[in-house]
Design a protein around this ligand. Structure first.
Ligand SMILES: Nc1ncnc2c1ncn2[C@@H]1O[C@H](COP(=O)(O)OP(=O)(O)OP(=O)(O)O)[C@@H](O)[C@H]1O
Length: 319
């Protein structure tokens, strides 16, 4: 059994003008100790997917399908059980630490909170555990007395990592953990994440719009487009789907500033989830689309070398 298994997961926001299908029929798994990266342009549904894993979405959001964490369905969990699972079994590192840290509470108290709430450590032992966690992420123990504004962006992100590690979860979800950081600090934080998950045997699900960041950190990649996974495969292999190929061409180096732009040669944006094209949703931007692509929408299918792709051309080996 996989540690995390998403089974035909769809997530729909409800807004005044109707429904927004942000994630559509995603099936993915993460094994114990594995690092899976999810990549896609802005609006592809990555954050929605990440937030759903710990049910951090707006209250009236509809979740269809299953989110199996160690065999237990997070989507169907009662509130009490969900609170027990958050931090202790799966934790999250947010994009830009300012979203995850309380500006008026000392760092040490914030790291200690999940330890106390989940009774991992009694109050008299929590201080020593906080010091050890700070050390693990490369910060001196005295930083426990600091407030978030007294730290740099990279240091704040290290604090978020310490919080995520505090209860020794089996899965860490990291949503753009290095996006707000400059290049050098980005590389340091990525190395830290890589080393810590390897030494603790933790699984990682990492989200980024920057393929080079994920390729370096993750064992396997899933490429998302308009709420769907269009390709999965080992991070050291070659992409098959035309969208993944365009993404790969756009991100040659870690943290390349052009990575925020549309992938090279594609032009345009992701479609509005409320007005999705017919057939393959990527066909209006696809440089190699066939006539049939505007009517035929195919599921992910095996595409060689532990790879799956949802493209008619890949299956016909003409891509
Ligand atoms: N609270 C919400 N209510 C309605 N629609 C939303 C909400 N949050 C996100 N969306 C829509 O869902 C789709 C997916 O958004 P999401 O933020 O998950 O994508 P993303 O790939 O993480 O993009 P980014 O990298 O810009 O965060 C987008 O069309 C977005 O506008």
């Amino acid at each position: 059994m996989s540690l995390l298994e998403l089974d035909d997961l769809s997530i729909t926001y409800r807004i005044a003008s109707g429904e927004v299908p942000a994630v559509r029929g995603v099936s993915l798994s993460v094994e114990a100790g594995e690092a899976l990266g999810i990549v896609g342009e802005s609006g592809s549904g990555k954050s929605t997917l990440a937030m759903s894993l710990l049910r951090l979405l707006p209250k009236d959001t509809r979740i269809d399908g299953r989110i199996l964490l160690d065999g237990e369905d997070v989507a169907a969990m009662k509130w009490g059980r969900l609170r027990a699972v958050r931090w202790a079994e799966a934790s999250i590192i947010f994009q830009g630490a300012q979203h995850g840290l309380n500006p008026v509470q000392r760092i040490g108290e914030q790291i200690a909170e999940p330890l106390l709430v989940h009774r991992i450590a009694p109050p008299e032992k929590a201080r020593a555990r906080v010091a050890a966690l700070l050390e693990q992420v490369g910060l001196p123990a005295w930083r426990a007395r600091s407030y978030p504004h007294e730290l740099s962006g990279g240091q704040r992100q290290r604090v978020m990592i310490a919080m995520a590690l505090a209860c020794e979860p089996r899965l860490i979800v990291a949503d753009e953990p290095t996006t707000a950081l400059d290049l050098m600090v980005q590389a340091q934080v990525l190395t830290l994440i890589k080393e810590l998950i390897a030494s603790h045997g933790i699984s990682l699900l990492m989200i980024s719009h920057d393929l080079s960041v994920l390729a370096d950190t993750c064992d396997r990649l899933a490429v998302m487009y308009a709420g769907r996974v269009v390709e999965t495969g080992p991070s050291n292999g070659s992409f098959q789907h035309p969208y993944s190929k365009a993404l790969a061409a756009a991100f040659p180096t870690v943290g390349d500033p052009s990575s925020r732009l549309a992938p090279k040669g594609l032009g345009g944006d992701q479609p509005d989830p409320q007005q999705l094209p017919t057939g393959c949703v990527f066909h209006p931007r696809c440089p190699v689309a066939l006539d049939t692509c505007s009517t035929v929408d195919i599921e992910l299918r095996p595409a060689g070398d532990r790879r799956t792709a949802a493209c008619v051309l890949v299956l016909e080996e003409r891509c």
